[in-house]
Design a protein around this ligand. Sequence first.
Ligand SMILES: [Fe+2]
Ligand SMILES: [Fe+2]
Length: 375
Amino acid sequence: MSQVSKDKLHKLLHLLITAAANAALYNLQHLHVLRLNKQAIVELQGFFSKTDELSLKVIDDLLVCNNHPVPDEPAVRRFIDALKRHGIYFLRITPEISNEELLNLINVLSKSPDRPAAISNSVHLHFGQLEVRRRTQDTYSPAWGIQEIAAQEADQLLEIYDAVRTGEPLDLTAVHHIVDGFIASFHQQKDAFMAFAPLRAMDEYTYTHSTNICILNIAQAQSLGIEGKLLTDIGLAAMLHDVGKMFIPHEILAKAGQLSEDEWSIMQQHPVLGADYLLKTPGVPRLAVVTAYEHHMRFDGTGYPRGQQPWTQHICSHMTAISDAYDAMRTHRAYDKAMDLDQITSIMMNLAGTKLHPQLTRNFINILRRLEQSE
Ligand SMILES: [Fe+2]
Ligand SMILES: [Fe+2]
């Protein structure tokens, strides 16, 4: 799979999104729609003279085409949103795709969440949707012991978070206990510890994810020589970064990728809700408040919530954003296996300096490389 021209890809996505908007406004057989569909087919033929497939993946809020991130652009954003509305996280288009097959994609893109589209694969167009993966012993391979520890912590965190959801006070001592346990294990196991953060299963979204981010943040901080109280606070901040999700209606959280615009804007409130909650909870380190607020801000000043510009993020927020991006790439999806290290490295390096802090990203990749060698 080779890289495709960014401009040509932007043009293709623009054609598809405009065709979908026209299909929603008129109908799928409207002349405008058919004309745009034809133009999109011509664009695709241009791609297929250089590559034998076009693979589009949605990772977090990033579009990845043939394993290269696609620079942000309004058409890209709208395309991602349209796919996410239907829980589609992968599209594979192969040469000789017909007008009818592409029209099927436009049809899906044109539908609103309240009128779900029938998503059906055809010979040259394959849709991938999120897979719900339950935790079983065989989903973990080596170093079962370490994973088992982290899995137990995730379960414990589930109980703590559930209490928050029902309005009980946060059991900060219990969260502290988990983080201290992780730091102690880290000192015994070093890099091996980080490698076996449990893979995220979609039905355990926030808990397993938060323990993963905790492990990954501790590994990053420790590699920078951070120890003592700051290390514990960084671990705590990671553990609590998504606590605001406990105040998002469960239907929205559990909907996994099929969110309407309104639902997305509710979801995007979780950093502010989390920071507000932590600020009011006695004993929570300020770093956890800051990290909850800043973890979806990007290095280049975009992201959310939109802070006053220029905004200087705390190093812990940068680390959390890096751990978050990595964890999203490790999420197992129906369409393929977890990405290999080279793919993850190349995507993360592409994000360094835009979404992610460049030096910290390079440091993170070095940790991953060391880990690979030690295996
Ligand atoms: Fe988050
Ligand atoms: Fe997160």
